[in-house]
Design a protein around this ligand. Structure first.
Ligand code: ZN
Ligand code: ZN
Length: 134
């Protein structure tokens, strides 16, 4: 039982770390934050715990940015903006999307649609500003 407790303690740490930020970090970022406090935590452990959290519905995957999967502890429905220059992932709220979006897709495909994820790609405000000043 001791091993299970330790394992879940690490999962709690990974989850708390993810909940402490809105930056939608990668597994490596989480690992960098936790490795001092948990010297026996490997990057593999972080990946394994992230996968568990995802399976339990405690976090979501936002997708891959520059080859690295990015995670979000905010699990209520919202959209994302990914910057193609710096790789930042921002939350976008309160978009006026058609309420029957899932139904429309279900009708067109004959599938049962449970949820959707909408991602916008472009250049974030900070990168736009930096580009303007060059
Ligand atoms: Zn940017
Ligand atoms: Zn988000």
């Amino acid at each position: 039982m001791a091993a299970t407790g330790k394992f879940s303690r690490k999962r709690e740490a990974v989850l708390a770390c993810l909940r402490s930020t809105t930056s939608h970090p990668s597994a490596d970022w989480v690992y960098q934050q936790l490795k001092l406090e948990y010297p026996d935590m490997s990057l593999g452990t972080v990946y394994r715990n992230l996968a568990q959290c995802k399976q339990r519905g405690e976090i979501i995957s936002v997708g891959f940015v520059n080859g690295f999967e990015r995670y979000d502890a905010r699990v209520t429905p919202h959209e994302h903006l990914i910057c193609r220059d710096c790789g930042s992932v921002e939350d976008v709220f309160c978009l006026t999307l058609p309420e029957d979006l899932d139904t429309q897709v279900a009708q067109r495909t004959g599938a049962q649609v449970d949820s959707h994820a909408l991602v916008f790609y472009g250049r974030c405000a900070a990168c736009r500003k930096a580009a303007d000043e060059r």
